[in-house]
Design a protein around this ligand. Structure first.
Ligand SMILES: [Zn+2]
Length: 347
């Protein structure tokens, strides 16, 4: 299935977490409109129950404080394709609302990153290559992921699920990575509640210095709070297993970091994902495993390199942001990559 550029525009405002301010405003209106009108979230829905089960089944992963906070919070999973999650207090009940779109994106992205690793190990070369600044296979696969996401929004036929065709080892790694990302997402929203971010004042969790960011940007109060929430979320995971979570969190934020490469950051609500990624990565140092420490640095560096490498392109298309995406890879090409992935002999 191919998508026309004119259609992409509408789809992108629905699917992308990093819309332009104008698009974000439109998206927010759309979402709050839907909340009021037709989306009725229920704690009994399969999505809500699934998220609660993740919490209950993984009690030992959380600090005591985080677990008891989660117990007194209503967790809603909402069957709507928005790539979003929200924390709020309604009628004195603490609520976390997670939309299906972001859960799907996490799974799709994690599966594809694993697939990229398998293909790379198997071939040891780079047959799937496009010209320009997308240099590594992860980038190419990331782009394919977003094409699939767009197809999903457009046709409503559900995601292509490549989880089942991955070799056992990678499939299991992907499953635990997805689980860890969902836990981090829940804890991030929980942090907004705990730190009083829904109020105008709220606590200051740590002193922030914009000079420390990997890519320089001035952050407003809202954006600083995102960094606070990340840090609180990370410290809500039991100390002895935090290092295991790091690669999943990097992968999760990688999906957003990739879209920002083309569309730029949302300079109103969130810091750049690459900055969030780097801040979290800094909370852990693998001092007794130099290889792991090196791998961590390498991922951050390649994200940074890509972001900087595409800055001219972002400047060029200030209005037609879809142009960024199409300039680097046509929709046709992305589809042919998806078909390579699906027809690969994986075992
Ligand atoms: Zn947040």
């Amino acid at each position: 299935m191919l998508i026309k550029t004119s259609e992409l525009k509408k789809i992108f405002t629905d699917v992308l977490p990093r819309a332009t301010p104008l698009e974000a405003k439109h998206l927010n209106t759309q979402i709050s409109g839907i909340e009021k009108e037709s989306i009725t979230a229920s704690l009994d829905s399969p999505l809500s129950q699934g998220l609660r089960k993740i919490v209950n089944d993984n009690k030992s992963l959380f600090t005591k404080e985080a677990f008891s906070l989660l117990e007194e919070t209503d967790i809603y999973g909402v069957a709507f394709g928005s790539c979003n999650s929200v924390a709020r207090v309604e009628k004195k009940r603490k609520q976390i609302i997670i939309f299906e779109g972001i859960l799907n994106l996490i799974k799709l992205y994690t599966d594809f990153i694993k697939a990229a690793d398998v293909l790379k190990n198997k071939r040891g070369d780079k047959k799937i290559l496009v010209d320009g600044v997308l240099e590594n296979e992860r980038d190419i696969f990331s782009q394919a992921v977003f094409i699939i996401a767009m197809d999903y929004i457009k046709t409503g036929e559900g995601f292509v699920d490549i989880g089942d065709i991955l070799p056992d080892k990678e499939r299991m790694e992907s499953e635990s990575g997805v689980m860890a990302s969902k836990i981090f997402l829940l804890l991030h929203e929980l942090a907004h509640l705990k730190l009083g971010h829904n109020k105008l004042g709220g606590e200051t969790y740590f002193e922030f210095n914009s000079q420390e960011l990997l890519i320089k940007e001035e952050l407003n109060k809202l954006q600083q709070r995102e960094l606070e929430a990340d840090r609180f979320a990370f410290s809500s995971i039991n100390k002895d297993i935090r290092d295991m979570f790091l690669s999943s969190i990097i992968c999760f934020l990688g999906a957003f970091s990739f879209t920002e490469t083309f569309f730029g950051g949302n300079n109103h609500t969130h810091p750049l994902a690459i900055n969030r990624m780097e801040r979290i990565a800094n909370l852990i140092s693998f001092s007794n495993d130099p290889e792991l420490e090196e791998a961590k640095r390498e991922i951050i560096e390649s994200e940074k390199k890509r972001f900087i490498g595409l800055s001219d392109l972002r400047e060029k298309y200030t209005e037609d942001k879809i142009g960024n995406f199409n300039e680097v890879m046509t929709v046709n090409k992305a589809h042919s990559i998806i078909s390579v992935i699906l027809h690969q002999n994986w075992h």
